[in-house]
Ligand binder design. Structure first.
Ligand SMILES: [Zn+2]
Length: 180
């Protein structure tokens, strides 16, 4: 029985959370017979039945720019060091650790415009931890050494500047401002 690697399950869940009304027509993960016949693809289950590839429909039911922005978030997450991501293909471009996750021309037959493809490394087989797509964790480490969480427990909330708490809310206010 084929199953999608944990990292793939987690990434899809995060995208579903962010875009609950997205179109899923071009979604996919396990290869169909036609793909299997062609031979090599991360969509083909390995000997243990693990599939290390995920296709996400490019129609997020949002502004088309959002798709580019989402792919860019995944690319940056990989570049920052999430080694579970092997490569990404979207709109005629491939991004991988080759040339430091720079966008390169994709020469494959399918330019991937109806969906984007993410391949995962074996590190993602059982590692389904949350993908830091916004880069919040790194920002936080840079800003306060990651100590804010501890401070919240130790001190009264008034010791924490309210502005910084505001930034960490999950309301996407930041992204909508930058899109305006
Ligand atoms: Zn694919």
């Amino acid at each position: 029985m084929a199953k999608l690697c944990k990292a793939g399950q987690q990434l899809r869940e995060q995208i579903d959370d962010d875009y609950p009304d997205r179109d899923r027509k071009s979604d996919g993960w396990v290869a169909d017979a036609r793909h299997v016949a062609k031979g090599t693809s991360d969509h083909i289950p390995d000997a243990r039945g693990i599939v290390r590839a995920l296709d996400i429909d490019a129609n997020l039911n949002a502004h088309p720019e959002e798709t580019y922005a989402l792919v860019e978030k995944i690319r940056k997450c990989a570049k920052r060091g999430d080694k579970r991501i092997k490569y990404i293909i979207y709109d005629g471009k491939i991004m991988s650790s080759i040339l430091g996750w720079k966008r390169r021309k994709y020469k494959g037959a399918n330019p991937h415009r109806s969906h984007f493809h993410i391949s995962f490394t074996t590190l993602g087989d059982n590692d389904g931890k949350w993908f830091d797509l916004e880069g919040d964790r790194n920002e936080r480490l840079k800003e306060d050494g990651g100590k804010l969480g501890q401070d919240l427990h130790r001190n009264s909330p008034s010791d924490v500047p309210s502005g910084r708490l505001g930034c960490r809310c999950n309301c996407k206010c930041g992204s909508s401002i930058s899109l305006a």
